[in-house]
Write a protein that binds this ligand. Structure first.
Ligand code: SF4
Length: 565
């Protein structure tokens, strides 16, 4: 029995492609369990494939799957439906299964309107999918009713079976990284929060279940040994149990996993102790759902966090050299100029070094969606339209698109304008064992201003000046190769070649093997017409491929000058 698990393409292009690039972790868990039980499974990340691609037909012909499982989010359901129809045209016998959050809350809709969908797996999918595969394999359609957590058609009508109990011990699941490579990992399932716009509480339940720290770190270790060094810890609230998180961090350190990772948390769950261990174990960013500066709007969203908790979380996180990123939602009920100003005021107080601003979306499986259906008289049939999602403001007569777009611009502009001040205001822990980590944090932040994402944004003022200050602050904590290089590059950009060379010389005394610094120094010498000196730097580079073009230029210039080399 051959099973393909597909992460299908999205309807619309994304501004932040990275948001959709990775298949949901659930697909890997399902794949691992099926593999462990002896099935042939392949996971295909088709998030960015063109829907009309010949590759789809070719793959389906070559692979000849018996079952295709799709991981459905609201925004990729049309992509999945198109592939499902193509698959049925290639082989009418193939069984199509939809799973994931989109299928869980719209199973009736899919089974009513789309003949190409044979089954939906609802909620936590590993065991329902496995049992469904077994029932299909044995050709026992009557047995389907005994498979809990699925939906299908009987006599043309959609029905669902009983809900299974949540998996008691998550460690009973095979470690997916034994079989697959990926970077998004999760230690927990569930979130005790109950935000009105979020599908997590109904999908996973509000009781949080945990893997053991040993299982989780083993998962990282498999991946690390295969060369993966950066991870997204994608738990809804990784920090729900701080003792367990510290246990994970200590295990990462004990096993000497040289990794870095991002996490997500609620602001009311952090303290100094856990931040200390997280930073020590490689955490470099925590994203917090702040949502709004207006308490009224936060209450409507049922966020249940207070302004002082938000301030404390941002202050502590930054203090430990972890970049605190704030998620904001705008375009909520009651949004107006005043509430936007409240959000800007809060931004100025918490000084986030990164933000993401979203327009409030309405998704099935949320309290907001229930409210929308009730108030509008709409049904799930609204999803027959070729739309990815429903924006809340489109349903509220008090809000217009123009207003919302203007609010978004206002929020982003206020953040970008103030960002250099936020960076200057960073105060880091004075703990002696954090000197190198602090230097690393500041130089990484500086790099975003001088050569990274922020460098590209017109709206941010004084980028190079801010970067220089951060690089210098970094060097006050400890020697740092990124800081020397960054400063050398900025001076070079400003045509201050002597200063650039002096800084790089200083850096190369501490980091004599750093090829990037040698290259940069060589280029500064070339700009001064000092080709012999430039060659002195370039010829010391181990990987001379990068330096080759510059070397050739030096030889040519020296020849023209009649200098033998
Ligand atoms: S938004 Fe975050 S805190 Fe709120 S319910 Fe969802 S996962 Fe939990």
């Amino acid at each position: 029995m051959k099973i393909l698990l597909i992460y299908p393409p999205f309807l619309e292009a994304r501004v932040h492609e990275e948001e959709i690039n990775a298949p949901p972790l659930g697909l890997y868990y399902v794949g691992a369990l099926l593999k462990e039980k002896g099935y042939s499974v392949e996971i295909l990340n088709w998030a960015r494939i063109s829907k009309a691609s010949d590759l789809i037909v070719q793959t389906l012909r070559e692979e000849r799957p018996n079952i295709i499982g799709f991981s459905i989010l609201q925004a990729n359901r049309w992509g999945a439906l198109e592939i499902a129809e193509t698959a049925k045209a290639v082989n009418p016998e193939v069984t199509v299964v939809f799973g994931g959050i989109g299928a869980t809350f719209l199973w009736k809709h899919f089974l009513t309107h789309f003949k190409a969908v044979d089954f939906c797996v609802l909620g936590e999918g590993e065991y329902p999918f496995l049992k469904l595969v077994r029932a299909i394999e044995k050709g026992h359609p009557k047995k389907l009713k005994s498979v809990k957590g699925i939906a299908f058609r009987t006599k043309g009508l959609p029905v669902k079976t009983a809900r299974p109990l949540p998996i008691k011990n998550l460690d009973d699941l095979p470690v997916p990284s034994k079989y697959f490579d990926y970077q998004h990992v999760a230690f927990t399932r569930g979130c005790p929060g109950n935000c009105t716009f979020c599908g997590s509480p109904r999908f996973w339940g509000r009781r949080v279940r945990f893997h053991s720290a040993a299982y989780f770190v083993k998962q990282l270790e498999y991946l690390y040994k295969r060369g993966i060094k950066f991870f997204y810890f994608s738990d809804d609230t990784f920090l729900i149990n701080k003792g367990r998180v510290i246990d994970i961090c200590q295990k990462i350190i004990e096993r000497n996993l040289q990794i870095s990772w991002f996490a997500i948390s609620r602001v009311d769950l952090v303290n100094e102790d856990v931040l200390y261990w997280m930073r020590m174990a490689g955490c470099t960013q925590i994203s917090y759902g702040v949502e709004s500066g207006s308490e009224k709007i936060r209450n409507f969203l049922n966020k249940n966090i207070q302004s002082d908790q938000i301030k404390k979380a941002f202050d502590l996180t930054t203090r430990y050299g972890i970049l605190a990123r704030a998620y904001f939602i705008y375009g909520s009920p009651g949004e107006n100029r005043d509430t936007i100003q409240e959000t800007i005021d809060l931004i100025n107080e918490i000084k986030p070094l990164s933000t993401i601003f979203y327009i409030l979306d309405i998704f099935p499986g949320t309290a907001l969606y229930d409210m929308f259906l009730k108030q509008s008289g709409q049904t799930d049939d609204i999803w027959l339209q070729k739309i990815e999602d429903i924006l809340y403001f489109e349903t509220d007569p008090h809000l217009t698109k123009r207003m919302i777009l203007a609010f978004g611009r206002e929020l982003r502009t206020a953040f970008h304008k103030a960002l250099p001040d936020f960076a200057d205001a960073v105060e880091l822990t004075k703990k002696e064992d954090f000197r190198e980590l602090n230097a690393d944090f500041l130089s990484r932040l500086a790099m975003t201003f001088s050569h990274g994402d922020y460098a590209k944004l017109e709206a941010i003022p004084h980028k190079d000046k801010t970067a220089k200050r951060l690089y210098r602050k970094s060097l006050n904590f400890a020697p740092n190769d990124r800081a020397y290089l960054g400063l050398g590059m900025i001076e070079q950009r400003e045509r201050a070649f002597r200063e650039s060379i002096a800084l790089l010389d200083e850096g190369l005394r501490v980091f004599p093997e750093n090829d990037q610094m040698k290259l940069c120094k060589g280029i500064s010498h070339m700009n001064l017409g000092e080709f012999q000196e430039a060659l002195g730097c370039l010829e010391r580079m181990r990987d001379s491929k990068q330096a080759e073009a510059y070397k050739q230029e030096c030889y040519k210039a020296l020849k023209a000058m009649g200098v033998k080399h």
